[in-house]
Design a protein around this ligand. Structure first.
Ligand SMILES: *[C@@H]1O[C@H](CO)[C@@H](O)[C@H](O)[C@H]1NC(C)=O
Ligand SMILES: *[C@@H]1O[C@H](CO)[C@@H](O)[C@H](O)[C@H]1NC(C)=O
Length: 401
């Protein structure tokens, strides 16, 4: 925080906050936010905040990953991570699986903890978990959230489908191959649609426009990941490019990232197929987003411990050490890719940030080239370095061109 770089960053952050308040104020007119703290939080989570692109010379993150361990992931005790049943306990018959590659890698072998719970469901709502998670702020815990809201939501996640991301029996061949499709401009003209659809499962997120881009991004969609903030903002920001509806389908499952009370509230309403009763989404009809067939089976909720584990071990940004540290979290794309890495046997990443990102537009669907937007609550350079490093270690296949 002492270096000129960080001073500059903070100034930019502040400038970003101020202009965002003005520019995006109308999106949040209905947010009940008595304190400025809450306004900042609600502004930052939807990813509307723009930060100047980092200087090419300052690639702190790549340095960190290249050197492997100048900043050690901080420790979580085993007790912290122990939960009733791990989401992943199925054996894998894959030759080169994420797990075997990760375990064999000197650096990543120390970072991955495959017994960390990925999803959260009804059995997790115990007095012990409540006491532990209420001390950590969202998305890593339940600080400030209502016991009733969290409890009544989790209570509804009581089917076997809520305890695992997918059923291995439904995937032939014993090796689950997943594609995670980010929305990066690198996919424009890529003709990767067939390759993407050839995977057993396809993860997409936020403004995942398919219609008109099938050749480049495919059509298959098994999971759609989001926070309520990013989902609703995507509908606003990318409407002009054709993102007018959240993807829906019989076999599609939704992955909620619990970044705010509104995610728990929306999730409960979605399962019950009833209008949102309170908060900033009050009155929203969940079937408008998720389609008519609502049931607990359709929804997955990421575990706050999983988010904590991912942030501390894989994406521990220097932004956390700034005064806005509490607003930092990995991007939706990063969380989906890391979720796939902890559940699938093989993972390919498409549309994620690469070293040559400046050659591409922000998203694949823009008509005119727009530079990649750096949000103040994410660390895209750190994410870029992580994907590169995982690709080099043979743990993921990162689409590059
Ligand atoms: C899950 O909870 C709902 C609502 O409390 C209940 O109606 C349903 O029977 C439960 N399902 C299972 C599998 O326990
Ligand atoms: C997308 O690709 C086409 C052809 O490859 C190109 O003409 C167009 O400018 C690209 N769009 C953006 C936003 O870069």
């Amino acid at each position: 925080m002492g270096s000129p770089h960080w001073k500059r960053l903070c100034l930019l952050l502040l400038a970003g906050l101020t202009s965002s308040l003005l520019l995006y104020g109308h999106y949040y007119a209905t947010v009940e936010s008595p304190t400025s703290q809450k306004i900042l939080a609600s502004l930052l989570q939807p990813e509307p905040l723009v930060l100047a692109p980092p200087e090419p010379s300052h690639q702190a993150s790549s340095r960190r990953w290249a050197l492997g361990g100048s900043s050690k992931p901080f420790k979580l005790s085993t007790a912290e991570l122990k939960e009733p049943k791990p989401s992943r306990k199925q054996p894998s018959t894959c030759l080169h699986s994420v797990m075997s590659r990760a375990k064999a890698d000197p650096k990543f072998g120390e970072i991955f903890r495959f017994d960390t719970p990925v999803l959260m469901w009804d059995q997790h709502f115990t007095p012990e978990t409540w006491d532990r998670l209420k001390t950590r702020h969202v998305p890593y815990g339940w600080q400030g959230l209502s016991h009733t809201v969290v409890g009544s939501t989790l209570q509804l996640l009581n089917t076997s489908a809520n305890r695992r991301l997918f059923d291995r029996d439904g995937v032939p061949g014993g090796c689950v191959r997943c594609a995670v499709v980010g929305n990066g401009g690198i996919l424009n003209g890529s003709r990767q649609g067939t390759a993407i659809d050839a995977h057993d499962l396809v993860f997409r997120l936020n403004g995942a426009i398919i219609k008109g881009f099938e050749e480049d991004v495919g059509t298959k969609i098994s999971f759609y990941g989001f926070t309520v903030n990013t989902m609703k903002n995507s509908l606003i920001a990318y409407e002009e490019y054709g993102f007018t509806q959240i993807p829906q389908g019989k076999d599609l499952r939704y992955i909620f990232i619990p970044s705010d009370a509104r995610d728990y509230i929306m999730l409960k309403s979605a399962i019950q197929d009833s209008p949102v009763p309170e908060g900033s989404d009050k009155g929203d009809e969940p079937h408008k987003y998720f389609g008519p067939e609502a049931s607990a089976e359709k929804f997955k909720l990421l575990h706050p411990d999983f988010l904590q584990y991912l942030t501390t071990r894989f994406l521990r940004s220097e932004l956390l050490d700034t005064r806005y540290g509490s607003l930092y979290m990995p991007s939706t794309g990063a969380l989906m890719l890391l979720t796939a890495l902890h559940t699938c046997d093989q993972v390919s990443a498409y549309g994620f940030i690469t070293t040559n990102y400046e050659q591409f537009s922000d998203h694949y669907y823009e008509v005119e080239k727009k530079p990649l937007v750096f949000y103040a609550n994410h660390d895209m350079m750190l994410e870029a370095a992580l994907w590169r490093s995982l690709h080099r270690a043979g743990i993921i296949t990162l689409y590059q061109r």
